[in-house]
Design a protein. Structure first.
Lengths: 167, 1032
């Protein structure tokens, strides 16, 4: 990577102009407990912040992981430098979407396929050990899943790209 | 004296180690000290720490004065502190401060203990009787205590107290107390005292994981503890027993332990954008100890952001912890600790080594908690009407870390300045005492003077005959005490005893008068005194002995209550009495065989030599000269000021070293007590303690001068290091931080044409075979230059390639500021150093971007190298000339890296500033002040009594192997080639006995500790042949 030729050093102004991002010192707090960091590819908030700081426009534009965020806001709660990483993710999504109106994030396909962006329903043993009931997930209930998909098909972004959803 | 000047009195508020150090320094100088502490004991945080790095032992006693130890009555600082000039007031708060400089009225609130410690015999029956149990805060709740308790388990004497917040006032303790020491209705007492100066040393509040929100996702189990609590888990008076580090929840041996750094610190969101400075070393030490105490199979992991090993020897300790002890360091701040159903603690982290997430389970997680200083500073600002800085800390005078801004006669030291390690606590305590001494001197107060009783001339050939005095304190001779009559009768029968006499209260004046009469009549030549807490009035007892014609070295003080304190369970009156008799007999054997030791008094030339005319050297010289000490200031160059004073116009924190140096130079040249020797070097020094002669060579050998002095301060400074790495020398665009700073300031660099600047930290530093230490100031230099660039042209991209950013303390805010300005910090490690080539005269670089895990190529307009700080090359010659030690890095080696940072083992030799290690200017000035204070106390004494217990050489047995010379930690032994014998410098020897241990032929012996004598003591202890009582 050559930041002299590949980077737009003012990218942060276009994406997340609050000045909070600059405080990041790459401590990894945001990623170490992030539920979306279990995904494949993982959501690595820290790395997104780094890409914005360097101004790696192209790489960031192609990056779909911001859409894997489940909005749990833990990074926001725990970030010692008050970067407000969750805000940053929303801003990256906005920037990506507003620069490409036809963009269909893969997470929407995930939601369509299994009802969630993330693989929930894991942690079966831990739930058992703690005496909790198994999580009722929608893929175990075909009737509801069909209703759910029908409903999603009515949203503009899916209706316009129904070929991606087996429609 | 005749003018009736008042004795200078100083309030030292806070009896942690820095406060104790300040108090001892002042007391040794001859001033009176009121030493208060709001807690129930003295010692502060250190009372809880059994082990300190780098030795991983306790070494608190090393902060005690090295000269005249026999009068100071102190031996173990963990047990307690005694000094006749120090009045210790624990459990006492400063409620108000009124008055003006030099005439402060302080209101002190002594909180009620409900146990009168003057009457209490510490037998602890009350503790057994007390039905109330509660968590023991000394052990951080890991153990229980009663409502009536001993606040520190290892203190002597024990000061018991009642915790009224849990006491039910059932009165059980009052019933069993035989001395009537307990008063459940005692009240707090307020008294007003007048003092001339005040030293604030109250330490700092620590981050409390129960109080703050952001600790909640970590403190999920009793097995998640703070670093201070973990210290108690390693302590024998804590929960470390049977060689097991016990997991608090179930007592299971802990085998996997993790540390989480920066708990509460470096957190801008919580308004704590500072580093707590000490936690990195604390965690490293705890991890090493955990392995030593818990067994080799203990796994230790430290989760950190930057490992801040900025102090002297810190980097080497880290390397050793990693390489020798296998302590694992993971650069990742974890988000949470999860308690698994089986009780284990789960941590998920991103491993930068593998670039993958890992999950690990631990038995114990230690939170490295730091400081929360603002409340303490606000409190003091209100009390003394002091100024607060914009950060919310007590403002100090510019360049000074210890003088409060605008407040004459008020100083601070220790962790109140920001959490300090032991060495900085010591240096700041001495510096605060130095400033206070200068102040007391200036306002014209007097010092305490002692009646100097000459040692009587005694005849060493007389057969030993001992007088025994036993103190009859009504309390312990009571129903459960010992039988003094029986002791008297039995001891009288012992061979070599001339008289046994029971005195009523030897601590009182009448008791002392009675003792003097008895001794005069007894015509003995040895004295054994049995009393309670005898260490409290050792000087008094020796003075009485001298007055009665006894050699004061032949006085043995026996702690009559000692056996009781050691807690004999079978304590029937008879058993006790018998043990006491045996112990007294053993002590009698010891003094019977002891040769009389005669004090030598060596006069001191009250002149100081300061080597190095930088800012530190000039400060030391002025500080001494202002107190009337003549000073020779020797500078090798033609100009005073040194590196900072001649080359650095301004620092990032607003200091102006060149302006300051100019001002100091004027004062130095104008001062009638200071003689400046420019273009001069010390070629040779000879002489003995207190009277040195140094040969000064000036103007390139043309001129030779001989200076006479009693003390020397090494203030030789340092300079920016050199390098041939990273293309330095091949391009004018590859420069050092200092060169870059100069070019920026002179306008030689046109930033409007510059697009990229890359800086590399730790060039040739913290690396085996190179500068193996951290130079401490380079991170700040880089940040200052980076901020300057951004200020002049925000469009320039600045990359700082670093290994660990060392912005400790409130310097952290500059690091934050630099990032906020858009400076990009990229971490690298020694395995993937940045690559630099020079093409067309310009640097071309490759480095690894550690977060994105990609290679970066860049052609910066400037490559700036942080090349560290080198010691002065002349240190080597000076070390030889003065016989002072250098460390492997070429800096001078102080007597003890923690407890005696300002002095050498060689008495009368001190050091300050970069002669010690690289440090920022305010620290140089603090050390310079501390060195001046140490020299002042030493020189103003006029003469020095050589240590009494010194080692000797039996020439007939000595084989001249010189092992003892190598073993002597005080370099008091030397080989005299002309006479072919080993010699002992009587003033240098501290009687530690290392030579006697090292000697294979019993030729080295410490007087008063001969083998014959020790054998007699052992025989006496074993021959407990006392028949069941024939006495009353």
């Amino acid at each position: 990577m050559n930041p002299q030729t590949e980077a737009n050093k003012d990218l942060w102004k276009a994406i997340y102009n609050t000045g909070d991002l600059q405080h990041c010192f790459n401590c990894s707090t945001c990623i170490s407990g992030c539920p979306a960091s279990f995904g494949d590819p993982p959501l690595l908030v820290r790395n997104l912040a780094r890409k914005v700081m360097y101004g790696l426009e192209e790489a960031l534009f192609e990056d779909d992981t911001p859409w894997a965020c489940v909005s749990c806001s833990r990074c926001e709660e725990m970030c010692p430098m008050d970067v407000k990483p969750f805000e940053m993710i929303l801003h990256i999504r906005q920037w990506q979407a507003s620069n490409d109106e036809t963009r269909v994030p893969p997470s929407i396909v995930e939601i369509y396929k299994r009802g969630y962006t993330q693989a929930v329903g894991t942690n079966v043993e831990t739930r058992q050990a703690l005496g909790l009931d198994p999580l009722p997930i929608i893929t175990n209930n075909p009737e509801q899943l069909a209703m759910f998909r029908e409903m999603l098909m009515k949203t503009p972004v899916i209706a316009a790209n129904d070929y991606m959803f087996g429609g | 004296m005749a003018e009736n000047k008042p004795i200078g009195t100083v309030l030292v508020a806070g009896a942690g180690i820095s406060g104790i150090k300040a108090a001892i320094e002042l007391a040794e100088t001859g001033y009176k000290v009121l030493l208060t502490d709001s807690s129930t004991q003295v010692g502060g945080i250190l009372a809880k720490l059994d082990y300190q790095f780098p030795s991983d032992h306790c070494g608190m006693c090393r902060m005690l004065p090295m000269v005249g130890r026999e009068y100071s009555s102190e031996y173990c600082m963990r047990k307690s502190l005694y000094h006749e000039n120090i009045e210790i007031l624990p459990f006492t708060e400063v409620v108000s401060v009124a008055g003006d400089a030099g005439k402060y009225k302080v209101e002190l609130k002594k909180r009620a203990r409900y146990v009168n410690s003057e009457v209490c015999n510490e037998l602890g029956k009350c503790i057994e009787a007390c039905p109330v149990e509660t968590a023991d805060e000394f052990n951080h709740g890991l153990t229980k205590r009663k409502a009536i308790y001993k606040s520190v388990p290892h203190n002597v004497p024990q000061l018991l107290l009642i915790d009224k917040s849990v006491c039910t006032e059932c009165g059980e303790c009052v019933k069993v107390c035989s001395t009537g020491a307990i008063n459940l209705h005692a009240q707090d007492e307020v008294e007003t005292r007048e003092v001339h100066a005040i030293v604030l040393a109250s330490g700092v509040k620590l981050y409390n994981t129960k109080e703050y929100e952001d600790a909640k996702s970590y403190a999920v189990s009793p097995d998640v503890v703070t670093s201070l609590a973990f210290e108690r888990m390693l302590s024998g008076t804590g929960t470390y027993r049977d060689g097991i580090i016990k997991r608090p929840s179930d007592g299971k041996p802990a085998k996997k332990i993790a540390w989480i750094q920066c708990m509460g610190s470096r957190n801008k969101r919580q308004n704590r954008d500072y580093c707590s400075s000490v936690c990195c070393m604390f965690a490293l030490k705890e991890a090493v100890l955990a392995k030593e105490k818990g067994g080799d199979d203990v796994e230790t992991t430290i989760f950190y952001m930057d490992m801040r090993t900025f102090g002297k020897g810190f980097q080497q300790y880290r390397a050793n912890a990693e390489e020798e002890h296998g302590v694992r360091l993971v650069r990742c701040r974890v988000q949470e600790v999860v308690r698994e159903p089986d009780g284990n603690l789960r941590i998920r982290y991103f491993d930068p080594e593998t670039n993958e997430f890992q999950i690990a389970h631990y038995d114990i997680v230690v939170m490295s908690t730091g400081q929360v200083p603002f409340d303490d500073h606000r409190k003091w600002a209100e009390l003394v009407n002091g100024e607060l800085s914009p950060t919310g800390l007590l403002a100090t005078e510019k360049y000074s870390k210890v003088r409060l801004a605008g407040k004459q006669g008020i100083f601070m030291c220790g962790s109140l300045m920001g959490l300090t390690d032991i060495s900085e606590a010591m240096a700041s305590g001495i510096a605060a005492a130095g400033e206070a001494t200068s102040f007391l001197n200036a306002i014209g107060t007097d010092k305490v003077s002692f009646e100097d009783i000459a040692e009587p001339v005694t005849d060493d050939r007389q057969l030993p005959k001992a007088a025994v005095l036993l103190c009859k304190c009504g309390e312990f001779a009571g129903a459960e005490g010992i039988d003094l009559e029986m002791i008297k009768n039995e001891v009288m029968k012992h061979r070599g005893v001339g008289t046994v006499h029971v005195v009523n209260s030897i601590c009182s004046e009448e008791g002392q008068k009675e003792a003097l009469d008895v001794l005069k009549k007894a015509k003995c030549n040895r004295l054994l005194i049995g009393a309670c807490q005898p260490f409290m009035y050792r000087r008094k007892v020796r003075d009485i002995a001298k007055k009665a014609g006894y050699n004061s070295s032949l006085v043995q003080i026996f702690d009559l209550l000692g056996i009781a304190r050691r807690g004999t369970e079978e304590a029937s009156k008879l058993a006790w009495t018998r043990r006491t008799i045996t112990e007294i007999k053993a002590d009698l054997e010891s003094i019977k065989q002891k040769p009389a030791l005669h004090v030598q008094s060596v006069p001191i030339n009250p002149t100081a030599l300061v080597v190095g005319g930088g800012i530190g050297g000039m400060h030391s010289a002025l500080s001494l000269a202002n107190r009337g000490i003549p000073v020779h200031l020797v500078e090798k160059s033609g100009e005073l000021g040194g590196f900072a004073g001649n080359q650095i116009a301004a620092t990032v924190d607003g200091l102006k070293p060149m302006t300051m140096a100019k001002d100091l130079k004027l004062k130095v040249f104008e001062h009638s007590k200071i003689t400046v020797h420019l273009n001069s070097q010390v070629a040779k020094t000879q002489g003995t303690l207190g009277a040195f002669e140094s040969k000064i060579v000036s103007d390139g050998n043309d001129q030779k001068t001989y200076l006479h002095h009693g003390a020397v301060i090494m203030a030789t400074g340092g300079h920016e290091g050199k390098t041939d790495e990273y293309g330095y020398g091949q391009s004018e665009r590859i420069v050092t931080q200092f060169e870059f700073k100069q070019q920026l300031e002179s306008g030689a660099i046109d930033l409007s044409t510059v697009e990229n600047v890359v800086m590399i930290q730790c060039v040739g530093s913290r690396e085996a075979g190179k500068r193996e230490y951290c130079s401490r100031i380079c991170c700040m230099w880089a940040i200052a230059n980076a901020l300057k660039i951004k200020e002049m042209n925000p469009e320039v991209r600045v990359y700082v390639l670093y290994r660990d950013i060392m912005t400790y303390g409130f310097l952290e805010q500059y690091y934050t500021k630099a990032r906020a300005a858009g400076v990009i910090f990229v971490n690298y490690d020694l395995n993937s150093k940045p690559q630099v080539e020079v093409a067309d005269g310009m640097p071309v670089m490759r480095f690894t971007e550690n977060i994105l895990n990609t290679e970066v190529e860049i052609s910066p307009d400037y490559l700036v190298l942080s090349t560290g700080v080198d010691p002065e090359a002349t240190n080597k010659e000076l070390a030889e000339a003065f016989s002072l030690p250098l460390n492997d890095d070429g800096f001078f080696s102080e007597a003890d890296s923690k407890w005696r940072p300002i002095e050498f083992k060689q008495i009368g030799s001190f050091l300050a500033g970069a002669a010690h290690s690289p440090m920022p200017l305010p620290d140089v000035i603090m050390q310079a002040e501390a060195a001046a204070q140490k020299a002042y106390t030493y020189l103003s004494g006029g003469s020095i009594n050589t240590a009494r217990v010194i080692s000797t050489v039996k020439d007939a047995l000595c084989i001249r192997c010189q092992r003892c010379i190598a073993a002597c930690p005080f370099e008091a032994r030397s080989y005299n080639a002309a006479e072919h014998r080993i010699e002992v410098d009587p003033a240098g020897c501290q009687g530690c006995g290392m030579c006697a241990v090292a000697c294979r032929n019993n030729a080295a012996e410490v007087s008063g500790w001969s083998d014959k004598q020790m054998m007699s003591v052992i025989d006496a202890k074993l021959a407990d042949d006392l028949q069941p009582s024939t006495a009353s």
